[in-house]
Design a protein around this ligand. Structure first.
Ligand SMILES: Cc1cc2nc3c(=O)[nH]c(=O)nc-3n(C[C@H](O)[C@H](O)[C@H](O)COP(=O)(O)O)c2cc1C
Length: 219
């Protein structure tokens, strides 16, 4: 058992990690793996399957694009953007916890993250919204995401209506913004021969603690 200090976060681990698993900051490790995936994946290297559950505990899952792995040694988060009134938005309002997994076929690796979820601040969400394509910004106004739609034509009429209302610089809709998953657990997985994969789980040493305990897991 060894103890090291990764920035402000202490790490306890049973085995020294090397190669693609090395490092004392799990956010930096996730960013490094994503940077590799950007070179090898044909499209959407930041796509994640995002799992939520409603108040009754029934799980739901869908893809979203991860837009930020925040720069922090100990208190970072995984950020995505969506409609607060969507199915996932409702589930996160009832039960603000989520899990996500990134899987890159080209690298044969996956990263898993679990934790409580909070909304991203207005300034950060405004900045991200402003960076999107104009038509995507208008689409966020027009789409009542996850609710029934009578026809494609009615959606396109709403798109035209919002484009006429906001010919330039649409403000961020009040129903659209970001969520941040604050990990209490992360897992880095890489494919091994004959299913003898390599897995390292990073877990907070105690609820609310900054320190991580890193453990190699059986495949
Ligand atoms: C690769 C990919 C990326 C996606 N990214 C997002 C996203 O970042 N935000 C979003 O709201 N929907 C995104 N979607 C659409 C969602 O998968 C989903 O259809 C939508 O958010 C409604 O989900 P819900 O009804 O569970 O709320 C993406 C779909 C795919 C296939």
């Amino acid at each position: 058992m060894s103890e090291t200090t990764g920035g402000t976060a202490r790490i306890t681990e049973s085995e020294t990690r090397s190669g693609i698993f090395a490092g004392s900051d799990p956010y930096a490790l996730a960013r490094a793996w994503m940077a590799e995936a950007e070179k090898t994946e044909p499209n959407d290297p930041t796509a994640v399957a995002l799992a939520t559950a409603d108040a009754g505990g029934l799980p739901n899952v869908r893809m979203v694009l991860l837009k930020e792995v925040e720069e922090s040694l100990s208190e970072g988060g995984f950020v995505f953007y969506t409609n607060f009134e969507s199915a996932k938005g409702g589930e996160l309002a009832e039960n603000p916890q989520a899990a996500m997994v990134m899987h890159w076929k080209s690298l044969r690796r996956q990263v898993r993250v679990r934790g409580p979820v909070e909304r991203v601040g207005d300034a950060q969400a405004d900045a991200y919204y402003a960076s999107r394509a104009y038509k995507s910004r208008i689409g966020a106004w027009a789409s009542a995401q996850s609710r029934p739609l009578s026809s494609r034509a009615s959606l396109m009429a709403d798109v035209a209506g919002y484009a006429a209302r906001y010919p330039i610089n649409p403000p961020r809709p009040p129903h659209w913004g970001g969520f941040r998953i604050r990990p209490v657990e992360m897992e880095f997985w890489a494919d091994g021969e004959f299913r003898l994969h390599n897995r390292f789980r990073w877990r907070r040493e105690a609820p609310g603690a900054l320190a991580w305990a890193v453990q190699r897991l059986n495949p």
